[in-house]
Design a protein around this ligand. Sequence first.
Ligand code: PEP
Length: 253
Amino acid sequence: MKRLLERPLFFANWKMNHGPTDGRAYIAAFLRAFPPHPDRTVALFPPALSLSAVRDARADRTDIRLGVQNIHSQEKGAFTGENSAPMARDAGAELVLVGHSERRHVFGETNLEVARKTALASRLGLIPVLCVGETLSQREMGDAERIVVEQLQIGLEQMKGPELGDVIVAYEPVWAIGTGHSATPQDATAMHLVIRATLREMSGRETDSTPILYGGSVNRGNAKTLLNADGVDGLLVGSACLDPEGWADICRT
Ligand code: PEP
């Protein structure tokens, strides 16, 4: 399954913000501020509880794609409080964030769990956005590349060959998320090249069709520079996407 997502990609992670009522108001304001742009892909990742409301508010603006921030690693069952890939699809999601740093570092998600979720998402028709990134101490110890390569190799190892072509990767250094200190364009490029090389090695072929996004303290001021960095195919944005007009500005970058 190969779905075309026009580059650049602008992905908005609402995290635990905007319930259904706020979500509807957000969509109304965002759609006013951002008419369809066929030369790029915009996707919103609201909390699961808001997804149906956002989908309904989006109405015929299906150029705005939707995703969820997490799924369980199993298709269904006795997992109180969790959401499954089929439920996410039913509620309007096309994409899913997997292995976001907050899932890894706040909720203790392991590379193996991330791998199960990535493979399941892909098998059940969601496009996984595999998030990878090193912590500050790992970077300071010179371990950043090794950590990111390991997250990729384990995170993708349960996928069948062709499914690898349907993944999106987001490089999100943990030290840049929510801190106001984004990576420099040079640092982003350096890691994106490592990610590209790892994807090629794993798949045994060119992987230029796999978008690699940068995320971590992107805002209106730095979005253009980061997006113009070599190897950066799009942006994954947290705090700066919470205001619909500000987000529309970033999406116009
Ligand atoms: C994120 O949560 O994926 C993120 C990039 O957050 P922020 O933009 O706030 O750093």
